[in-house]
Ligand binder design. Structure first.
Ligand code: 13P
Length: 242
């Protein structure tokens, strides 16, 4: 899969633009969150990634780093805040480099990954019920996440390989998930798909939180969600052919 940009500078500019748009879109606060875009360099598969701990207002294109995909990395048991074995750029990569790297490695159809501490997604990700069951099919739009629920990965420390491993597991058959006591991860074939999904997940989480405050949600059963997912596929393919 390619990112759709003709050169690396254009890809960096798009990633930076998306990073700076997170706050105004209500998806993030301060320095939290990180974004990546699949980008091949010199024949190597890899990703452009936002740097660690830099305020988005001050971030510039050259702060973005590039990592190769490293299929030989050990399985995710480590909870240390380790730097990647290979990384190119003048800044330290996001502490969540392993999560971004592993999603790009595991899911060749993914072109971009966004991790944010969006307020409603994070609110739900702190609830015991949501950590156990995910966000259920309370609204047909849950289908945007790729199935009949929005799963929540169990808590693991930020920046750990273990967080990457539980995120990959939660993303199985899904385009997005919550991270317990942390935030959300959204993926997409393109950066704009990924950004749009992050906004939709945040909307779903806000509405589900409101529903829980008002009463007991009526959940859509398996047959209705199967139908919604099929309709959703057709609706999306109509968009892409127009
Ligand atoms: P970075 O600034 O290292 O990307 O970390 C922010 C964050 O949200 C960690 O989960």
């Amino acid at each position: 899969m390619t990112s759709g940009f003709t050169n690396e500078q254009a890809a960096r500019a798009a990633l930076l633009g998306a990073a700076k748009a997170l706050g105004p879109a209500g998806l993030n606060a301060g320095r939290a969150g990180n974004l990546s875009l699949r980008w091949h360099r010199g024949g190597r598969d890899g990703l452009l990634l936002t740097p660690s701990a830099i305020d988005y207002d001050r971030m510039v294109e050259d702060d973005i780093v590039w990592l190769p995909l490293m299929p030989g990395l050990a399985a995710g048991r480590d909870d240390a805040l380790a730097d990647p074995p290979e990384c190119f750029g003048s800044r330290r990569p996001s502490s969540e480099w392993r999560l971004h790297h592993d999603v790009h490695l595991d899911r060749p159809g993914v072109g971009a990954v966004i991790h944010v501490h969006a307020p409603w997604a994070t609110t739900l990700a702190c609830l015991d019920k949501v950590q156990r069951e995910g966000v259920p099919a309370f609204h047909y739009m849950i289908a945007v996440a790729g199935g009949d629920s929005l799963p929540c990965a169990p808590y693991e420390p930020f920046g750990s390989a273990r967080l990457s491993a539980v995120t990959l597991a939660a993303l199985r058959d899904r385009h997005a998930c919550l991270l317990a006591n942390h935030g959300m991860v959204a993926t997409g074939a393109t950066l704009s798909d990924c950004f749009e999904l992050a906004l939709q997940v945040e909307w779903l989480c806000r509405v589900y939180a409101q529903v829980l405050q008002c009463g007991t949600p009526v959940l859509l059963d398996e047959a209705r969600m199967r139908d919604a997912l099929a309709r959703f596929g057709r609706y999306r393919s109509a968009q892409s052919s127009s």
